[in-house]
Design a protein around this ligand. Structure first.
Ligand code: TYD
Ligand code: MG
Length: 473
């Protein structure tokens, strides 16, 4: 009888079975059994053999080293693509594993081919690109289109992890290995198809082990499911050192690379790219890009001075309020959190008596960006009030601040950075929460109007002469 190489493990309780079943007999959960490879070598307790002493298998012992080590090689390798390196925290760390997730067609393969080429050109000792999705010819065609045909990247089309290991598990392994994508890789000890939970996990585990042993940086592409999670087990995200997501709206040119987990750098950092005919271009001044199509004085629009990671980013928040024919009016949000919109609407109603009942409310962050920080609350409120009153928000003004449930406007971090960016882009006023503690002078050319409650903001819009009022402040 052929030796068994895999077993089925319940992902809920850990019970193991030789055959698949719909329900785990041990814990009673349904559809939790996943095929996994049996550990290599004689598994303890299952078969006889192995290095045993008195019935116990002996470990080989662990070699301890001082924390303060000496390493001749640079710990990080920068690609020279600044937007990419910053998101990684300054470059790729030796022996680290990076997972890059994103919707199909968003540009993951393009980004990684460009990064691989840049790394190879920057003198990294060997840079390999393994494609499991495209044939060599297709990758070459793409490289040509990107003007990278001459880059010294080693190319392979492979899907077998065993073959890949044979090629990479040697002392002169490349310095950087891109695997596009982890869902196409398979280990032959499992019967299940590539892309299944067991295969994805086993393949990633094997590749990461080789990366750690040989000290190369491993970049894995991961597909994203309809729900937006990286396809495959959540454990994949735990196994790697860094998880990046590459996002953007299909219809828009902007692509945002975002660090959601990083063992070697800050998270929340973003890199902004623009998809062009010649591949992805870095956007070094994203605020200008996101405000490029801003109309002059229109109602329902307001500029948020936001922060993404360590960088200020100015974006336009747009609101539309219209009479609703429906019993339950619509609340539709693009680029922001729907719950947060509900909260801002509720606070406006409860604390300032501004009612949106019987009205549809639409909110949009222009340019396809997704804003997550609470500092956007005040600009959302301003956009809503402007839309409701059909009055343009004060011109050349940026708005930011968090709204509390009692209607107070709370201070947010990095006020200086926000104001500086606004001043740089020609804004002359800012509506923001009162500065806490030590007062610093706002940058040259920008007047700050402190808004301490939502009521202040409401007055500004519903007063007869809002602009005059603002000028007094
Ligand atoms: P791709 O990198 O293949 O996406 P993913 O690997 O995430 O599935 O990108 C495919 C899209 O990018 C495709 O719709 C065409 C577009 N594209 C450009 O606009 N310009 C280019 O130079 C390249 C290479 C792709
Ligand atoms: Mg691809």
């Amino acid at each position: 009888m052929a030796k068994r190489t895999s077993h089925y493990v319940c992902q809920s309780c850990g019970a193991s079975y030789p055959k698949w079943a719909g329900r785990c007999e041990s814990c009673g959960e349904w559809s939790t059994l996943v095929e996994e490879a049996l550990p290599e070598g004689p598994p303890g307790g299952l078969e006889a053999g192995g290095t045993r002493l008195g019935g116990k298998r002996l470990g080989r012992g662990v070699e301890f080293v001082p924390l303060k080590g000496q390493d001749s090689q640079a710990p990080r390798r920068a690609s020279g693509i600044a937007e990419f390196d910053r998101v990684l925290g300054g470059g790729l760390v030796r022996g680290s594993a990076v997972l890059i997730g994103g919707d199909p067609g968003i540009g993951k393969s393009t980004l990684l081919l460009q990064a691989a080429a840049a790394l190879a050109r920057s003198g990294a000792a060997g840079c390999a690109y393994v494609s499991g999705e495209e044939a060599i010819e297709q990758v070459r065609l793409r490289a040509e289109r990107l003007g990278l045909a001459e880059a010294p990247v080693e190319l392979a089309a492979a899907t077998s992890v065993r073959d890949l290991k044979a090629a990479l598990d040697r002392p002169e392994a490349p310095a950087v290995v891109v695997v596009d994508s982890i869902q196409t890789m398979y280990v032959d000890t499992l019967d299940s198809a590539p892309g299944t939970v067991g295969q994805v996990r086993a393949s990633a585990q094997e590749l990461i082990r080789v990366a750690k042993r040989r000290g190369f940086a491993l970049l894995l592409v991961g597909h994203v499911t309809k729900e937006g999670a990286i396809a495959g087990p959540k454990v994949l995200e735990h196994m790697v050192d860094t998880v990046l997501t590459f996002e953007g709206e299909r219809g828009h040119q902007f692509r945002i690379l975002r660090a959601v987990k990083n063992r070697f750098g800050p998270t929340d950092e973003i890199g902004v790219f623009e998809m062009t005919d010649g591949g992805l271009m870095q956007v070094t001044n994203p605020s200008e890009l996101f405000l490029a199509e801003r109309q002059g004085e229109v109602s329902g629009a307001c500029v948020l001075a936001g922060i993404e990671g360590t960088r200020p980013l100015l974006v336009e928040i747009q609101a539309l309020v219209s009479p609703s024919p429906l019993g339950t009016p619509r609340r539709a949000v693009v680029g922001w959190d729907g719950n947060r919109l509900a909260m801002v609407l509720a606070v406006l109603e409860a604390r300032s008596g501004i009612s949106f009942a019987g009205k549809d409310v639409y909110l949009n962050v222009a340019g396809g960006l997704r804003v997550a920080e609470p500092a956007a609350d005040l600009s959302v409120a301003a956009a809503l009030l402007s839309a409701l009153s059909d009055r343009p928000a004060p011109s050349e003004t940026v708005v930011f601040g968090e709204i509390g449930l009692s209607g107070e406007v709370r201070a947010v971090g990095q006020t200086d950075v926000r104001l500086k960016e606004a001043a740089k882009l020609g804004f002359t006023r800012a509506l923001c929460p009162p500065a806490r503690g030590r007062k610093t002078r706002p940058p040259e050319g920008i007047a700050v109007s402190e808004i301490s409650t939502l009521g202040d903001l409401v007055e500004l819009f519903l007063d007869a002469a809002p602009h005059a009022r603002l000028r007094e402040a």
